[in-house]
Design a binder for this molecule. Structure first.
Ligand SMILES: *[C@@H]1O[C@H](CO)[C@@H](O)[C@H](O)[C@H]1NC(C)=O
Ligand SMILES: *[C@@H]1O[C@H](CO)[C@@H](O)[C@H](O)[C@H]1NC(C)=O
Ligand SMILES: *[C@@H]1O[C@H](CO)[C@@H](O)[C@H](O)[C@H]1NC(C)=O
Length: 193
């Protein structure tokens, strides 16, 4: 039989609208292999292919205590093999990184900089499902937060010091995990302090 696919991974960067799942096969089979994906839940819709080894489904049941169970079956001339992933929807929430991180000076406050960012545009309802954020700006990977606002003031900056600022987002109720860090944005302490 072919290699067992998996383990599949599923994440909800567009909670509560949709879940994306993907899986791999290792080693990559030489034979043509197709995949049949099913999942069990309270409702039973299908996972629509978004690529050869990925799919997405919507019509989600939020706060359900019945786990979803994704079942990926690889089939080729040698046979079939399955991999499964049970999960609770709220446990797989993982927003995309925040966007449009901007750094601006604060008039009369040479040791401070204002950071502002936007929630990930893929997060459908920031008003109803707020996000919390962490900010990272020192070389030593320390981060500050969480904050439930989309701005933060860096203080005590050495004049001329260069920082690389990043922001990450997580569902405000603390479900699931933090997004990846946003791309590093340079922030320079005011040289003319
Ligand atoms: C997630 O699913 C949507 C369709 O619902 C698709 O457009 C998007 O490309 C998928 N994202 C990834 C990273 O596969
Ligand atoms: C997964 O789906 C395959 C094909 O439909 C089936 O044979 C297998 O029993 C399923 N596995 C689980 C754990 O449901
Ligand atoms: C900071 O994180 C990066 C990657 O996450 C790592 O390579 C680096 O060693 C870390 N630096 C410190 C000082 O911990």
């Amino acid at each position: 039989s072919p290699e067992r696919p998996g383990p599949p991974s599923c994440w909800a960067s567009r909670y509560p609208q949709a879940v994306n799942c993907s899986w791999g096969l290792s080693p990559d089979p030489l034979l043509d292999t197709d995949f049949v994906v099913t999942y069990r839940s309270v409702r039973v819709p299908k996972c629509t292919a978004t690529g050869p080894r990925s799919c997405s489904f919507g019509d989600l049941q939020v706060f359900s205590l019945t786990p979803y169970e994704l079942n990926v079956t690889a089939r080729n001339a040698l046979g079939a093999a399955s991999g499964t992933l049970p999960f609770l929807l709220e446990n797989i929430i993982k927003p995309d990184p925040p966007e449009s991180l901007r750094v601006s000076p604060i008039p009369g406050e040479p040791q401070k900089l204002l950071l502002e960012w936007s929630p990930p545009s893929s997060w459908p309802f920031p008003e109803y499902f707020p996000l919390q954020y962490r900010v990272r700006y020192s070389q030593d990977n320390d981060s500050v937060g969480p904050y439930e606002v989309t701005s933060h003031i860096l203080t005590d900056l050495e004049p001329g010091s260069l920082h690389h600022v990043q922001v990450a987002a997580k569902d405000a109720t603390d479900s699931g995990e933090f997004s990846a860090w946003s791309p590093a944005t340079p922030a320079m302490g005011n040289k003319w302090a």
